[in-house]
Design a protein around this ligand. Structure first.
Ligand code: DUC
Ligand code: ZN
Ligand code: ZN
Ligand code: ZN
Length: 490
């Protein structure tokens, strides 16, 4: 027969539509959409289930040394297996430079790790910690030509922080070379000063992490990063946006036509700073930077996702085990300053938003698809190929049972972290079959593909760089839809 795989009778959602159709796959690509398609070598009956684009997680840390010098608990095998079980078929983690490392070696090292272990497709962003002449004039342009078309820079952490002069250098070179700049926006000295005062007064418990990382430190740095990007007329993406002040700053800049985009994460929708206030050191399980905020900020994050101010929803999976060698790494370390910054989220990112967003009636199925897949493809140079269901796109699909109810436990997850911040939550909806380039990766709660079978994605430049107005057609569309109250049917 003509087709390798045909998925019949499912209800399909894209970022703009919901429709009933069958999907035929040949050579890993969607070859036909419609009714009465010819038989496939393999047939899947998706009656009563949703067929959605596989998730793209454009922010996760895998097999990486953090800014504090801590090694992640997940390698490219456990991370990609975990992602796949949760309906994600593409990840874009980081190839992370520290100041004494050469960029070509960093890129080669991470590339090798992923090539040998990943079970789903992957790209890389560069983390740039040392923007010297060699980096800016030679190594960065080369990495971009090789398909690493985005980079992350930091405004905080002693080992990673760039000053404003360096940020301007990076932004200008990135624009010339067609790379998208992602920024971790928190005011370094505000956090340092607050942490110093807290520790001085004996306030060492995990909950004080959230006090040191005040929302104003995020808002100040966000405003400054936007000003730097507007000075040069260069697009910018603010990662892991958490607080309502920062969200308002971003929305205002967008309304003035600035080419500023922003990402948020599950921890800012589903956790608050109160979660850090647990018995003993238990609060460390909820420690990430920026920290979870309050109920009002959670509402602001939902609103920001609805109106396009927050354009991508990523996990920021930063996995550290809750034990002495990982989460609280320095043997007898007991202060919030030494806790690893990061929470796991690769596997539950989609199920959390499906249940609490779509099933709870807060967002439409189209918005779910945009936030978890399509917008990431636009942002990171994968549009047309990933993140949608269309003829010619890679067959990356999740077949979701919206009636499946699960109770989250750490033991059901496939990462190597050993705990989940979402322990005990009741979720509705789960991806029962997950397909990457036409390969069934997950079925019957089992992994069906080999270690190393994921492919490196050489990415084109971000669609946002090709848009001279600074507001892409898709953002404009989404803003208009939400203004006129057309989220679309769930
Ligand atoms: N920034 C991240 O992006 N992830 C984890 C910690 C951090 O500071
Ligand atoms: Zn300079
Ligand atoms: Zn960060
Ligand atoms: Zn991160």
């Amino acid at each position: 027969s003509d087709f390798d795989l045909v998925i019949r009778n499912g209800r399909i959602a894209t970022a703009s539509d919901v429709f009933a159709a069958d999907i035929a796959v040949r050579d890993g690509v969607i070859a036909a959409l419609g009714k009465g398609l010819a038989p496939g070598k393999r047939e899947i009956d998706a009656a009563g289930r949703w067929v959605l684009p596989g998730g793209i997680d454009s922010h996760c840390h895998v097999e990486q040394l953090s800014g504090m010098g801590l090694m992640c608990a997940d390698d490219f095998y456990s991370a990609t297996v975990s992602a796949a079980f949760g309906g994600t078929t593409t990840i874009i983690p980081f190839a992370a430079q520290h100041r004494d490392m050469k960029i070509p070696e960093v890129v080669a090292d991470y590339g090798k790790l992923a090539r040998e272990k990943a079970v789903i497709d992957y790209g890389f962003h560069l983390i740039l910690a040392n923007p010297d002449d060699t980096a800016l004039q030679t190594d960065l342009p080369k990495a971009i030509r090789d398909g690493i078309t985005s980079l992350k820079v930091y405004m905080t952490y002693d080992k990673l922080k760039l000053d404003d002069h360096q940020l301007l250098d990076v932004l200008s070179v990135a624009a010339r070379e067609q790379a998208l700049v992602m920024v971790h926006a928190e005011n370094h000295d505000m956090i340092r000063w607050l942490a110093h005062r807290l520790l001085e007064q004996g306030h060492t418990a995990p909950k004080f992490h959230a006090v040191a990382h005040d929302p104003l430190a995020e808002a100040e740095a966000t405003n400054r990063a936007i000003a730097l990007s507007r000075l040069l007329g260069v697009p910018l993406l603010i990662v892991h946006v958490s607080g309502q002040e920062a969200i308002h700053t971003i929305r205002r800049a967008k309304q003035r036509g600035a080419a500023v985009y922003a990402e948020t994460c599950p921890q800012y929708l589903f956790l608050t700073a109160e979660d850090l206030d647990r018995e003993g050191l238990q609060g460390a399980m909820f420690c990430c930077s920026p920290p979870p905020r309050d109920k009002e900020s959670q509402e602001a994050v939902w609103a920001g996702m609805k109106d396009g101010t927050l354009y991508t929803y990523s996990s920021d999976h930063a996995p550290y085990r809750f034990d002495k060698s990982g989460k609280l790494p320095k043997g007898d370390a007991t202060t919030f300053k030494e806790m690893a910054n990061g929470v796991p989220g690769l596997e539950l990112r989609l199920p959390l938003l499906f249940s609490e967003g779509v099933m709870a009636g807060r967002i439409s199925m189209q918005e779910f698809v945009a936030l978890t897949a399509t917008n990431h493809a636009e942002m990171y140079g994968l549009s047309g190929r990933k993140g949608t269901i269309a003829v010619g796109a890679d067959a990356d699909l999740g077949i979701w049972n919206q009636d499946r109810e699960i109770t989250v436990t750490a033991t059901m997850l496939h990462d190597n972290v050993g705990y989940t911040p979402y322990e005990g939550r009741q979720l509705k909806g789960w991806p029962e079959i997950v397909i990457n380039r036409g390969r069934v990766v997950i079925e019957n709660n089992e992994l069906k593909v080999e270690r190393g079978s994921g492919q490196f994605l050489k990415r084109k430049p971000s669609d946002m760089l090709a848009d001279p107005t600074g507001i892409s057609a898709a953002v404009a569309r989404q803003m208009l839809r939400s203004l006129v109250g057309m989220g679309g049917p769930a």
